[in-house]
Design a protein around this ligand. Structure first.
Ligand code: HEM
Length: 485
């Protein structure tokens, strides 16, 4: 120890001497050189570590079948990017790989390795048993959405996610459910009136677009008590364009670096949307403080929970709530609209199923087309099975992705930390009998769903995934469509 101390002292004296002996401009040059050398050393160390990690993943993943068509430099990036040219989505290509290579296979995008799994036992481990080791994949799939969703629930992880989930779960899972039926019923009545206006005009109706506006109106009223005209004005103008740009960036990530007109529009729309939402949130909080009657919507229930927990109001809370609201809008409208559209499409093709849905509706709504009670909506069992079968057959969310934080074993394979896991929900849904046939009876008591072994049953139907990070709006989504009629 004494020898080390002496050596350090000697070095310090020598350095002091060197600095004292040099001119001030030489000292500046020496300092700049040291910074450059240090930065270079850090970069080099990182590069070496990245190469070592890459080589380790490459070696460990070798026993898993590789997807066809990759090249040594880009991996499978081009195959996925070219999917639209074949009239397919990237997710359909991944499913083709899984169909050929089995329920576990791997692919690579540049230096990122991904393992595709469509094995219910392995998915149980990812979503439930070891969910903490499988964090949200914020580096790739969710990355383009971060400027919009920030640390909202879908893109949050760790303690913040847990805290926010606990805060918001009661509002979405319990409190709002009774109110969602009249909200949905009013929105569907408005849409029916609008569609009647098309009758006999020969004009085309874009149902997908109409359903998107419908679910935005429902979620806008449920979260913020927004009147329908306000939803129709604000969201198509500010919210939908930013989501469209973020969606484009999933497969074309360079768009986020190019200062094109789209880039500037994206930035200014986000700024305007944030200002609008923060304004609403602040107004609401002040109204609470002034003792005004609460609005009974999701925002107000969250504010009540914050007040009850004694949270001190500040700008950080406003920003976080703004992220959460944008998250609900994203998570809650397009998925529900797609479920509705595929259900209506299938019912238009299937007379027998349509008759049973009409019978359900007549029982729940009565001859006067009254707003059904929660209990009456819950009893629309066949209609619920139609919605579930639409979610199974069309896998509205075909995949979700995770990043493995520590080495683990999945379906018998060792998977190294840093691997992306592509959970192929669509692949699981296609393991049912005659998967392309629309058969709501699968979900009726004693149907095919009940036949799966209990240990994997919940992992054979994953539209909302499973486990602690499952969809917080699933009850709301399934109820809004039945309650709206
Ligand atoms: C048919 C309609 C819907 C489908 C198929 C669906 C599907 C999903 C899926 C697959 C996830 C997991 C995403 C992941 O882990 O990467 C998810 C999460 C989530 N969904 Fe939904 N969703 C629907 C409707 C809704 C609605 C109506 C809302 C809210 C109003 C909502 C709010 C959320 C939230 C907040 C999360 C994040 C939960 C967490 O990470 O703790 N969803 N949803």
């Amino acid at each position: 120890m004494e020898a080390v101390r002496e050596a350090m002292q000697w070095l310090a004296v020598k350095l002091e001497g060197l600095l004292a002996a040099t001119e001030p401009q030489d000292q500046a040059r020496l300092a700049a050189l040291s910074v450059v050398a240090l930065a270079g050393a850090v970069l080099l160390t990182n590069a070496v570590l990245s190469v070592l990690r890459f080589a380790r993943r490459e070696l460990m993943l070798r026993p898993i079948a590789s997807a066809p068509g990759g090249n040594p430099l880009l991996g499978h990036a081009l195959v996925l990017l070219n999917a639209p040219k074949r009239g397919k989505g990237a997710w359909d290509v991944i499913e083709e790989w899984a169909a050929v290579k089995g329920n576990v296979c791997r692919f690579r995008i540049l230096g990122t390795h991904s393992v595709v799994i469509a094995d219910p036992g392995a998915l149980k481990r990812v979503f439930q048993t070891k969910f903490k080791s499988y964090s949200k994949d914020l580096r790739l799939s969710y990355h383009p959405f971060l400027p919009i969703l920030g640390t909202g629930l879908v893109t949050a992880d760790g303690d913040l996610w847990q805290k926010q989930r606990l805060l918001m779960a009661p509002a979405l899972r319990v409190d709002i459910l009774d109110d969602i039926i009249p909200i949905a019923k009013r929105a569907v009545d408005r849409l029916s009136e609008k569609l009647r206006g098309f009758k006999g005009t020969g004009r085309e109706v874009h149902l997908e677009e109409e359903f998107r506006l419908l679910t935005l109106q429902v979620i806008g009223e449920a979260i913020l008590s927004l009147p329908p005209e306000e939803c129709d004005r604000v969201f198509p103008q500010l919210y939908l364009p930013v989501m469209e740009e973020a969606n484009r960036r999933v497969l074309l990530p360079h768009r986020k670096y190019l200062p094109t007109p789209d880039w500037f529009r994206f930035r200014s729309n986000i700024t305007a949307l944030n200002a609008y939402l923060v304004g609403l949130i602040r107004e609401r909080w002040q109204a609470r403080l002034a003792g005004q009657r609460p609005a009974r919507d999701i925002l107000d229930r969250i504010l009540a929970a914050l007040e009850a927990s004694g949270t001190k109001w500040d700008a950080a809370i406003e920003t976080q709530l703004c992220y959460e609201i944008k998250t609900f809008l994203l998570a809650g409208h397009e998925t529900s609209a797609a479920m509705l559209m595929w259900s209506v499409f299938e019912l238009s093709q299937n007379e027998a199923a349509r008759r049973q849905v009409v019978e359900d509706a007549e029982r729940a709504f009565g001859k006067a087309n009254a707003t059904p009670s929660r209990r009456a909506a819950d009893e629309m069992a066949y209609t619920l099975s139609v919605l579930k079968e639409a979610l199974r057959k069309y896998s509205v969310v075909p995949v979700v992705t995770r990043e493995l934080l520590e080495d683990d074993t999945l379906a018998g394979y060792r998977i190294p930390a840093g691997t992306m896991i592509t959970c192929q929900l669509q692949g699981v849904h296609n393991q049912w009998r005659d998967p392309t046939v629309f058969r709501p009876e699968r979900f009726m008591p004693g149907g095919e769903y009940d036949e799966f072994d209990e240990s994997i049953r919940p992992y054979m139907f994953l539209p909302f995934i499973q486990g602690p990070r499952n969809c917080l709006g699933q009850h709301l989504a399934l109820l809004e469509v039945r309650g709206g009629g």
